[in-house]
Every structure is written in C-alpha cells, then in structure tokens.
Design a protein around this ligand. Structure first.
Ligand code: NAD
Length: 243
C-alpha cells in the first residue's frame, strides 16, 4: 500500500508538483486541502501530512497533527522567529520533518557553509544573496534564513548582526556584520550564494535550483522517513543522514 498523504496547499506551485510525482515514489495523495478547507475533515486514512502553504496555516495544522498523532512534513517558510519558536515546541510532540529547503544540493550547501565559516573565520566578511521568482511572498527565503543561522552560530553572533540590504551613507562595513540580500524576478526557482570576502581573496558557494521537483521529491522522501520516527523535530540533514 503506498504512503497515504494529506497534502495542504495543494493548489500551489509546490502542491501541484508533489501531486505530480508522488505516484513515482510509492506514495499517493489521499486528500488535498487548500485555503478555506478544514484539514481535520480530510485526515482519515492518511499516514502523514505534507504542508507547503502559508506560514499562517502552520499553527492550526500542527495542533491537528498533535491531536490526531499524525507525522508531518513542513516545507512552508516565512515564520517570524518568535512564531517559529512556539511552533517548534508544538511540532516536537509528533514526528515532524521541518526544512526550509528539501533539496539534497542545498543541504550539502548548509554543511559546506558551516565548514567555510569555521575555517575562514571572522576576518572574512560574510554575505548571503538569494534570488527567487516574482511570486514569492516572503524574504529572505527560508533557505537564506538557515544559511544565516549557520553563519551566526559558527561566529557566535546574534540576529542583531544581520544587515538586510544597504542604502545611503552606511559607513565602513563592521567585521561582525552579516549581509543579506533578496532579489526577486521572473521565474527563478531558487538561487543562493554565500560569500566570504577578505582582503585579497573571496570564496563563493553557489547553489542554483532549476526545477522545483527537487524540493517535491525531497518532501516525499522525508514523508516516507518521518512515519518511522519517534516524536521530535527533524530536518533534511537527518533524513539524508548528513549529521
Ligand atoms: P504558492 O503561493 O504557489 O502556493 C501556496 C498555496 O497554499 C496556495 O494554493 C494557497 O491558496 C494555499 N494556502 C494559503 N493559505 C492557506 C491556508 N491557510 N491553508 C491551506 N492552504 C493555504 O506557493 P509555493 O511556491 O507552492 O510555496 C508554498 C510555501 O512553501 C512557501 O512558504 C514557500 O516559501 C515554501 N517552499 C518551500 C520549499 C522547501 O524546500 N522547503 C520549496 C519551495 C517553496
């Protein structure tokens, strides 16, 4: 019997992509929900919930997953820091994979960014640049947010160090600053560059996604994995065995 999925955000770009390839991955979309639907009315017979919708939907969906003891895969981004903290406490009560990016390449980029930040040290100015399609509703992307978190962790800095864009008389760049820049346009699926620049050299780590099927496949792979786990919050590094 294929894995039975409740797909939330089913009418969106990611929802449609997941529905298009679930069948190739020993999974079936048992039920679909989108804005205005009540997921509680569609959960019967589903093994797992996959959510790619809006940050405003995550709280209710997690409450439902906890009440019905259903594993959940969350790909939705755009949660504020305080909002996310509360949601993570709720998510820990069920098996939950929560990832800002489900691609294998990006998960490798996370690992390489951590290594580069550690090896290159504070003398190398760190900046993250991302570009996405014109329809994207949040900025910076969930992936950029994770890359920034990794750099802040390695450098023992807080979110106060983040500098979102620059304009006007900004003065010289302080070494503790971590720059972040979100470009929007056209149909770009997702591009992320992490730069480390010192006097005399620059290292750039670049990932370019050209097909959102990479995220959809990763999410279905995570769904197969999460139904076998104990309650707790996991990420794609856990699913891929990169930790
Ligand atoms: P989209 O705008 O094309 O689709 C979102 C869908 O969610 C729409 O059909 C919308 O009607 C629906 N929706 C809105 N509010 C809802 C609610 N309260 N309940 C149920 N459905 C609701 O967006 P998209 O490109 O498919 O992306 C969806 C989310 O996934 C975004 O947050 C995006 O950043 C994120 N995303 C994550 C990854 C990843 O790998 N983690 C990859 C791509 C996109």
């Amino acid at each position: 019997m294929p894995l039975q999925i409740l797909l939330n955000g089913a009418k969106g770009r990611m929802g449609r992509t997941i529905a298009g390839l679930a069948g190739e991955m020993d999974a079936a979309i048992r039920a679909t929900t989108d804005a205005g639907d009540d997921p509680a009315a569609h959960l019967a017979g589903c093994d797992v919930i996959i959510d790619f919708s809006s940050h405003s939907a995550t709280g209710r969906l997690l409450e439902l997953a906890v009440a019905k003891k259903k594993p959940i895969v969350i790909g939705t981004t755009g949660h504020g820091a305080a909002e996310k903290k509360k949601l993570l406490a709720l998510a820990a009560k069920v098996p939950c994979v929560w990832a800002g990016n489900f691609s294998v390449g990006v998960n490798l980029l996370f690992a390489l960014t951590r290594r580069a930040a550690a090896v290159l040290g504070a003398d190398y100015d760190a900046e993250v640049v991302e570009m996405h399609h014109r329809f994207k509703k949040d900025a910076p992307s969930g992936t950029a947010a994770r890359l920034l978190e990794i750099i802040l962790e390695e450098r023992k800095l807080t979110a106060d160090a983040l500098r979102h864009g620059r304009s006007g008389i900004t003065g010289e760049r302080p070494p503790t600053e971590v720059g972040v820049h979100a470009l929007r346009g056209g149909d770009v699926v997702g591009e992320h560059t992490v730069l480390f620049a010192a006097l005399g050299e620059r290292v750039e780590l670049i990932h370019k996604a050209s097909d959102r099927a990479i995220f959809a496949r990763g999410a279905v792979r995570a769904a197969h994995w999460v139904v076998k786990q104990k309650p707790g919050v996991y990420d794609m590094q856990d699913v891929l065995g990169l930790k």
